[in-house]
Design a protein around this ligand. Sequence first.
Ligand SMILES: CC(C)(COP(=O)(O)OP(=O)(O)OC[C@H]1O[C@@H](n2cnc3c(N)ncnc32)[C@H](O)[C@@H]1OP(=O)(O)O)[C@@H](O)C(=O)NCCC(=O)NCCS
Length: 150
Amino acid sequence: MIRAYRESDLDAVAAIHSISFPRQLRSRDWIAASFGAYPKTRMYVAESDARVIGFAMWTEKSGFRAQAVLELEQIAVTPEHRRRGIAEALIRRSLSEVEKHLETLKAVVVTTRADNAAQALYRKTLGAEVEATIASLYSGDEVLMVARLR
Ligand SMILES: CC(C)(COP(=O)(O)OP(=O)(O)OC[C@H]1O[C@@H](n2cnc3c(N)ncnc32)[C@H](O)[C@@H]1OP(=O)(O)O)[C@@H](O)C(=O)NCCC(=O)NCCS
């Protein structure tokens, strides 16, 4: 099941964040601050047997616009639940929830390390393509992918 994030999800989501992004610090603070940025940022979780097993974080870019540009800022699934279509369901269902709050969705942007297999996920679920590679940004070369929807 995919549903909107609630404050009571903080520990579970921070744990998934921490294990999925080992170079990123203070996961609890990051997730709490991101939720605090609602509705600029909206978060969703995947739940199975009453357990949170993944999350997705969407952020509206460059102000609230009639022709909105969204960033899929982060997505992660617990290691033991990967390669079962959870991220794909999270992206598709949470994006359609976010879209209900937008006039028009013009584009989705997402960045990831150039060597991250998530590129295939973004191509498959969003139709995103690599538009630029930025050398040595966070922990290595980062690709900027864009899905142009309108
Ligand atoms: C990236 C991540 C979210 C994918 O989650 P997932 O639930 O395993 O993904 P899905 O099972 O929904 O995969 C959907 C599609 O994405 C692609 N994909 C996902 N993981 C992949 C991998 N490790 N290698 C190659 N392709 C992959 C495939 O095309 C896959 O479709 P398929 O299984 O029919 O081939 C997960 O591996 C993760 O949490 N990684 C750590 C955090 C991270 O790097 N997040 C992305 C950067 S923000």
